[in-house]
Design a protein around this ligand. Structure first.
Ligand SMILES: [Fe+2]
Ligand SMILES: [Fe+2]
Length: 480
């Protein structure tokens, strides 16, 4: 007796369990309109766009004045780097050699990315990235989720889902940022340019090339007609006052046993917030070495850059928790400024490694965690706990990507130390040029904190008046 044919919709599993490991329905699984080639072609386009977006967001961190954008761009650049890495791995599993990952997949996509990199203002950058590019990425990752075969190409579907999930949060941030920063006048003024970006996408068939291509004249460059120039001078928004001020040396206070752990938490919150200068400086290394180092270097360094932005935000949160307005404190930017203007990328990397390696001994990050833990300020203890963990990771990243260029660890460290020593701190020059008076901001901050804590100030701590005039952050004496 012949059995009647069971259709995919009628197919039943053992006691009605979900079929196919929960990936999809049998009705969808029997469809066969997908191939390794199609999947790889789409992934390569995502790869191109995400890698360019990582490069653009990173390059723009230094000269972007708005702190909330600097930190968000650090985060979003890191996400782009994560998905670039995941896509490279997936493409390498697809029988085709991963060669071709650096090929431009479509001239209009290249123009789109070049234009966004060259966006002349914050408003144009925000609009280009968050109003046009990110929504297009979201759409394309949604399409990939439904077009890729859920069983045969399950690893790609998973990647598309994760990407969609995380970039939805990026899009949400972007929507709010646009509402806060872009007025109707801005919108009118940049209309020809945003139209160009939309035209680029239409002419490329979307990020993934899956949309039907509009038959229009090839789009022509506007902002990218002049090649993009990286701006290496850090910029800050108007809440950052007196940024040349190096009138208070927080490290000397932190390592002085006469002061209490509670008072030291203020210096640690200051040091954390000041770390916004690390992304400003690291961005210049990543931009300058963009073609000289392999992708894995960028992946790891972008994680480190994002961690440093998080450390700055931990400082911000610390001050907010105490009810202190941090904008009254000069958040110095001369470390990133001096390094970016005086050293080349390899020298800057040397200084970064030398400093991070110096944070590892007992007097470094462990000490800061112990101070936080003993201070009675739970937030400080917790932040220093994670800050220490992050810095251990950063020292390892340095050992992987910086040290092998030198004969030994000692030589690598000595080079970094020499590079830092040759940086002119500009302490006197900045004062003489009228850029700062190096006002001692500590007593005002300390008195305000004592009020919040409801404790009398320690007279010795209140009289603290040590500057950076003749020392640097690792307490080495400056020779010049
Ligand atoms: Fe840090
Ligand atoms: Fe670090």
């Amino acid at each position: 007796m012949s059995k009647s044919k069971v259709t995919a919709t009628e197919y039943s599993t053992y006691r009605g369990l979900p079929p196919l490991a929960g990936l999809t329905t049998m009705a969808r699984a029997v469809e066969c309109h997908w191939s390794v080639e199609q999947s790889t072609e789409r992934l390569k386009r995502f790869h191109y766009v995400l890698k360019c977006m990582y490069e653009t967001l990173t390059a723009r961190i230094t000269a972007e004045p708005v702190y909330e954008l600097k930190t968000a761009m650090s985060h979003h650049a890191y996400l782009c780097a994560e998905y670039t890495t995941a896509i490279r791995r997936r493409v390498s599993e697809m029988r085709v050699p991963p060669l071709g990952l650096d090929v431009v997949p479509h001239e209009s996509l290249k123009l789109l990315m070049d234009e966004i990199l060259a966006a002349p203002t914050t408003e144009e950058l925000v609009s280009g990235v968050y109003e046009i590019l990110v929504p297009a990425l979201l759409e394309a990752s949604h399409r990939l989720q439904s077009d890729a075969h859920p069983l045969a190409d399950a690893p790609t579907v998973r990647l598309a889902k994760l990407m969609h999930f995380e970039f939805s949060e990026v899009a949400e941030f972007g929507k709010k940022a646009v509402a806060c920063l872009i007025s109707m006048q801005h919108r009118d003024a940049m209309l020809p340019w945003t139209e160009l970006l939309r035209l680029c996408l239409a002419s490329a068939g979307g990020v993934d090339g899956a949309l039907s291509i509009e038959d229009t004249a090839p789009p022509q460059p506007q902002h990218s007609a002049t090649p993009y120039q990286y701006r290496k001078e850090p910029k800050r928004d108007e809440r950052f006052q007196d940024s040349y001020n190096a009138g208070v040396n927080p490290e000397a206070f932190l390592y002085d046993e006469r002061f209490s752990p509670r008072d030291k938490t203020l210096m640690m919150y200051y040091k954390r917030l000041r770390e916004i200068d690390v992304p400003e400086m690291m961005a210049s290394i990543l931009y300058d070495l963009r073609d000289e180092e392999p992708w894995e270097f960028h992946m790891e360094m972008s994680r480190q850059l994002w961690d440093e932005a998080r450390h700055a935000m931990m400082g911000e949160v610390g001050f907010v928790s105490l009810g202190i307005d941090w904008s009254k404190i000069p958040i110095n930017f001369t470390w990133s400024r001096n390094l970016n203007l005086q050293l080349d990328a390899r020298e800057r990397h040397g200084v970064l490694f030398f400093i991070e390696q110096g944070l590892m001994p007992r007097t470094g990050k462990r000490y800061e965690w112990e101070v936080g833990r003993e201070s009675g300020d739970g937030l400080s203890g917790m932040f220093q706990d994670f800050d220490w963990a992050d810095e251990v990771l950063h020292a390892q990243i340095g050992r992987r990507w910086y040290v092998p260029r030198y004969k030994s660890l000692q030589e690598a460290l000595a080079y970094g130390d020499r590079c830092w020593t040759k940086v002119m701190s500009g302490w006197h020059a900045y004062r003489d040029q009228g850029l700062t008076t190096h006002r001692n901001w500590w007593p005002d901050l300390y008195l305000e904190a004592c009020e919040r804590w409801n404790v009398p100030p320690d007279p010795l701590a209140l009289s603290y008046n040590t500057t950076y005039e003749d020392s640097r952050a690792d307490l080495q004496r400056l020779t010049s």
